[in-house]
Structures are given as C-alpha cells and as structure tokens.
Design a protein around this ligand. Sequence first.
Ligand SMILES: N[C@@H](CCC(=O)N[C@@H](CS)C(=O)NCC(=O)O)C(=O)O
Length: 111
Amino acid sequence: MAEENKVSLHGFFASPYVRRVELALKFKGIPYEYVEEDLKNKSSLLLKYNPVHKKVPVLVHNGKPIVESLIILEYIDETWKNGPRFLPEDPYKRAQIRFWASFVHQQKYIV
Ligand SMILES: N[C@@H](CCC(=O)N[C@@H](CS)C(=O)NCC(=O)O)C(=O)O
C-alpha cells in the first residue's frame, strides 16, 4: 500500500456502525489496518481523533480522522471513485436505497 493512501479503522467488534464501514471498505477493495478499541478504556488515539463523541468508528486516512459512520461512507465513496459507486445516479433510486439501508440498520433495536 502506498504511504499516501494509508487507511486505518478504529472499531469495536460488536458495533454495527463499524461493520457498515468495514463492508464499504471491502466493497471498494480498499486495504486497511483494523484497530480494535476497548470502549471501557478508550485509547488516547480514539480520544484525539474523535474528541466530540469519543465513539467508533473512526476512519484515519493519511493521518486525517473522519468520524460518524454515514459521513465516513460518503468520504469513502467520494475519495475512491475508481471502484463501484455506492449509489446509482438516479435520485429516486438513491432515495429508495437510503430508505432500505436505514430500515435494515434500525432492525437491531427490534430483536
Ligand atoms: N452516530 C455514530 C454512532 C457510533 C456509536 O454509537 N458507536 C458506539 C459503538 S456501537 C460507541 O463507540 N460507543 C462508545 C460510547 O458510547 O462511549 C455513527 O454513526 O458512527
């Protein structure tokens, strides 16, 4: 991996927010280093990268942190444009996909 494209992901094994970012990285074929966080004893790096919410996921791209899973997904799609795009061009189809993605994500609260 070129030094100018170093990607790491701070996560937690049971986090659906982290899983959605991992899926996005794998979908695009982006190599990354995974850093498992202990959410009861957060690392100084996590606190430095996400001082507002202090949560995972945090994507670090060439030393620059990006936080909040949906913002991370947009960043990935806008940065790695060579691979398949996450959303189609058609605005109505985009809206439908966003609805179902949100629906599926909310299901964890039902079980
Ligand atoms: N809105 C955030 C939610 C992230 C989130 O809630 N992460 C949880 C793990 S599932 C976390 O880091 N919790 C640690 C804490 O609340 O101290 C996102 O979409 O990234």
